[in-house]
Design a protein around this ligand. Structure first.
Ligand code: NAD
Length: 500
């Protein structure tokens, strides 16, 4: 059956945003502006202010007041849940608008953007239940004279810094859980993808979130991002982005107020395929794992590790999938792979493709840019004859570039998979339960998939081992991450006096 192809168009003029603070829009005024061009269409699509450090201070003050006067943390779980549920409903109502701006700024296919936005509504709905069920513990075994309680309290003001690859999804893997815990937020989205974070702030306000609980400042990482990570009145910082900036976050926390940190950083994630797998399924999953979001996922399966007896056949199967995948205008409903989000990222990916060849890897397919007349597109790329020391096998490329390495034994597969500084995610494909469980136990990764990849939902936590990060987001684990534990000791009856 022919694919039905319908296409939206980019806007005739960019949408202008202010920033969002204390429950209201703040117009850009005479601040400098950042014009975002669609990476697929080369036309301006949004305009946001470059906030100043004074703007950031004002946003932190608003979040601080909102936290300290308990206008949010002092509400009961039912009231907090009601706001989160209404937010989910409003996201559903505005899903087309949010998905449109997500695609325009990021370059991802519109059908994917829409699915992500609906998934985000689900996260708010799920987190609403967590706002009601969050609880501590009690110790009734301390003897007749003492009773112990362990309570969970919100950490306070959370600074939230997010990247450009999933601007709305990554935001919504954090915001509902942070709010469920009772904290307040100052968010700083990537300068190239700010629109949907600003829209979420408006939606939260419309849903009844008290003023000051969600504030969004826009601008560069090097200026207000850096000021946010150093800010002495921010209690916790949740950072998602590169390992290099993650290091600066750790340094800044040490130099300022030792704020609590949550870090979600890079990955170089293995896909292990055994000869006894359903190879048709595995080839599709592997193609999806590196093609989805143009490989610009922290959890992209970028290192294919295949049992030697099927390695050549399997490479041909993956290549056949790559040949069929539809790369093109992300506003076309039929597109599966859209544009590379920034020119700098496009140049980085192309330079890795050149380095791979210079280091002696064999380009099996792809390796080229697709000329669409405008914007930047790279076709899925597969490298064979890859050795472990090559940069394309070690470094996070963050693009649709897959390397293949063969293995002979399960021990060797596990060793290759663990031969990385990262530990974000991994997948294994086999119909043998013993192999699946052994690999799942022994490969270092915060997220694991067996006979699937990139699957997930709000119930399961996200986060990395090793240099992929600290802490967990989403699920009850995500809510608890934004709390601190207090031990309460309660004396029962008359005190046994120290001074007799
Ligand atoms: P990045 O680290 O350059 O930027 C991320 C965010 O940090 C942006 O908002 C940016 O403005 C801000 N920033 C930059 N410099 C800063 C500074 N000095 N102080 C404070 N903030 C600063 O990353 P990116 O290029 O936007 O995203 C790609 C990277 O993010 C990849 O390495 C990818 O693996 C990682 N990532 C990880 C996850 C995860 O969940 N583990 C998810 C998505 C992306």
């Amino acid at each position: 059956m022919d694919q039905i192809s319908t296409r939206l168009s980019p806007p005739e003029a960019p949408r202008e945003f202010g920033f969002f603070m204390n429950g209201a829009w703040v117009p850009a005024g005479d601040r400098e502006l950042f014009d975002r061009q669609s990476p697929a269409h080369g036309v301006p699509v949004t305009r946001v202010p470059k906030c100043t450090v004074e703007d950031l201070d004002a946003a932190v003050d608003a979040a601080r007041r909102a936290f300290d006067d308990r206008r949010w943390s002092g509400l009961n779980g039912q009231a907090r849940a009601a706001v989160l549920l209404r937010t989910g409903a409003l996201i559903r109502e505005r899903a087309d608008e949010i998905a449109y701006f997500e695609t325009l700024e990021n370059g991802k296919p519109i059908s994917q953007a829409r699915a992500e936005v609906l998934g985000c509504a689900d996260m708010f709905e799920y987190a609403s239940g967590l706002a009601r069920s969050l609880h501590g513990d009690s110790f009734n075994n301390l003897g007749d004279g003492l009773f112990g309680l362990v309570t969970r309290e919100p950490v306070g003001v959370v600074g939230l810094i997010t990247p450009w690859n999933f601007p709305f999804l990554i935001l919504c893997e954090r915001v509902p859980y942070i709010l469920a815990s009772g904290c307040t937020i100052v968010a700083k989205p990537s300068e190239v993808t700010s629109a949907t974070t600003l829209i979420l702030a408006e939606i939260l306000s419309d849903a009844g979130l008290p003023d000051g609980c969600m504030n969004v400042v826009t601008g560069a990482g090097s200026s207000i991002g850096q000021a946010l990570i150093e800010h002495p009145r921010v209690d916790m910082l949740s950072f998602t982005g590169s390992t290099a900036v993650g290091r600066r976050v750790v340094e800044a926390a040490g130099k300022s107020n030792f704020k609590k940190l949550g870090l979600e950083l890079g990955g170089k994630n293995p896909q292990i395929v055994f000869a006894d797998a359903d190879l048709e399924d595995a080839a599709d999953g592997v193609a999806f794992g590196i093609g989805f979001n143009t490989g610009q996922c922290c959890v992209s399966g970028s290192r294919l590790i295949v049992e030697r007896s099927v390695a050549d056949d399997f490479a041909r199967m993956v290549q056949a999938k790559f040949d069929k995948v539809r790369v093109g205008d992300p506003l076309d409903e039929a597109t599966q792979i859209g544009a590379i989000t920034t020119e700098a990222q496009n140049a980085t990916i192309m330079s890795y493709i050149e380095r791979g060849q210079a280091e002696g890897a064999r380009l099996i397919c792809g390796g080229a840019q697709l000329d669409m007349g405008r914007g930047q597109f790279i076709v899925p790329t597969l490298f064979g004859d890859v050795t472990r020391d090559m940069s394309i096998a070690r470094e996070e490329i963050f693009g649709p570039v897959l390397t293949i390495m063969p293995f002979d034994t399960i021990e060797e597969a596990i060793e290759i998979a663990n031969d990385t500084d990262y530990g974000l995610a991994a997948s294994v494909w086999t119909k043998n339960i013993d192999k699946a469980l052994t690999v799942t136990r022994q490969v270092q990764a915060g997220r694991f998939w067996v006979n699937t990849t990139l699957a997930g939902g709000p119930e399961l936590p996200l986060g990395g081992f090793r240099q992929s990060g600290w802490g967990r987001e989403a699920g009850i684990y995500g809510v608890e991450e934004y709390t601190q534990v207090k031990s309460v000791h309660i004396e029962i009856g008359k005190r046994d006096h120290w001074v007799k």
